[in-house]
Design a protein around this ligand. Structure first.
Ligand code: HEC
Ligand code: HEC
Length: 298
């Protein structure tokens, strides 16, 4: 599985090189004066400017495959838990691109990371910027040494196109206590005729508890950290944990070797998990859809 996905990323980057070459001169906001009227887009941000000048930054080839040499998209598609929420690129007739519909969705997601009321505090500007000049630490590495970098300036200009009365989206915290008390038991309580998640994901998030006992706090913490790789805080439908085991007819993933657990988005268990991913469910008291007797609690 790992091999396939890294090979895919490689192919994607090779294709991105070709795209990268053709858009070297950075356009500016000036050319987008006659764009979609503000107000009907997320935070009033200029969509045409986004499509023309911001999105290409995310697929720009940077010369390598490690850290800041990598294109943003290599780490920031919905498959990776990194909150930029870019969709995987569409490949068609040897070309790699985002369709209009995909770009619109990307735009919505990227808009969540900007703050037109105080542009410099936008997460989209802080993550790639060097901490020494005010940026924030970023697993992807440092892309801009200063706020004068052309990409920084371009993104700042785009953010300034937004409605200055709109603010940053709150950062959603997915609660650990709720995971330990209410979510983790899912992994050992299969639905009828299904195998428990622990059968196949024991090396990841579905760490099995010792016989007849509940997980230790340490085991829960490990499992939680692993599961967070498949959870996109605030965005249930982008969270692979809620997407993989959902039936494709209900909008779930086209394939999952482990079968399906939910056949509808209205499934009360999935709805409870959705509320948890939204940050709405916290603490140790579980809604009825998430009450399990197994494993026994001390
Ligand atoms: C090598 C992988 C990698 C690359 C390349 C990468 N990122 Fe990231 N990025 C991550 C990961 C992992 C996170 C989540 C953890 C963190 O914040 O460090 C993240 C987080 C972010 C965040 C959210 C920060 C926050 O406030 O939570 C933004 C915004 C972001 N990246 C933008 C970018 C942009 C723009 C690029 C390209 C210029 C880029 N990243 C390239 C891996 C990468
Ligand atoms: C019979 C084995 C099996 C069982 C049982 C199983 N899975 Fe899976 N699961 C897989 C395999 C294999 C993959 C990777 C290939 C794929 O996507 O189907 C996977 C992928 C996943 C992914 C995406 C992981 C990634 O790296 O992208 C998630 C999330 C997931 N499963 C959740 C669950 C949950 C939750 C359960 C229990 C309700 C479960 N699975 C039960 C075999 C299983």
């Amino acid at each position: 599985m790992t091999v396939t996905s890294s090979m895919r990323a490689l192919l994607l980057l090779i294709a991105a090189t070709i795209i990268g070459c053709s858009e070297e001169s950075a356009p500016t906001a000036v050319q987008t004066a006659a764009s979609t009227s503000a107000g009907d887009t997320a935070k009033g941000l200029d969509y045409d400017f986004y499509k023309e000048s911001i999105e290409p930054i995310f697929i720009r080839y940077r010369g390598g495959f490690v850290g800041p040499d990598t294109a943003c998209v290599a780490c920031h598609t919905v498959q990776a838990n990194a909150p930029l929420g870019l969709l995987p690129l569409t490949e068609e007739n040897g070309e790699v691109f985002w369709t209009e519909e995909e770009s619109r969705q990307n735009f919505e997601n990227v808009a969540m990371l900007v703050n037109p009321s105080d542009p410099e505090t936008s997460r989209l500007l802080l993550a790639p910027l060097a901490p020494i000049v005010g940026g924030e630490s970023h697993s992807g590495g440092i892309f801009w040494d200063s706020v004068n970098h052309s990409e920084y300036r371009l993104i700042a200009e785009w953010i300034a196109s937004g409605d200055p009365t709109t603010a940053a989206d709150p950062i959603v915290e997915v609660d650990f206590e709720f995971f330990r008390s209410c979510v983790q038991p899912i992994f050992v309580n299969p639905i009828d005729n299904a195998m428990p998640c622990t059968e196949c994901h024991s090396g990841q998030f579905a760490i099995p508890p010792a016989a007849n006992s509940y997980w230790t706090v340490e085991q829960s913490q490990l499992a939680f950290e692993e599961l967070l790789n498949f959870v996109d805080p605030g965005r249930p439908d982008f969270s692979r944990f809620l997407h993989k085991p959902l039936h494709p007819n209900a909008g779930g993933d086209l394939m999952h070797n482990g079968g399906r657990r939910w056949y509808s988005k209205d499934d009360p268990e999935r709805q409870a998990l959705e509320a948890w991913v939204q940050g709405d469910f916290t603490g140790t008291s579980c809604p009825s859809a998430l009450q399990f007797d197994n494993p026994p609690r001390a």
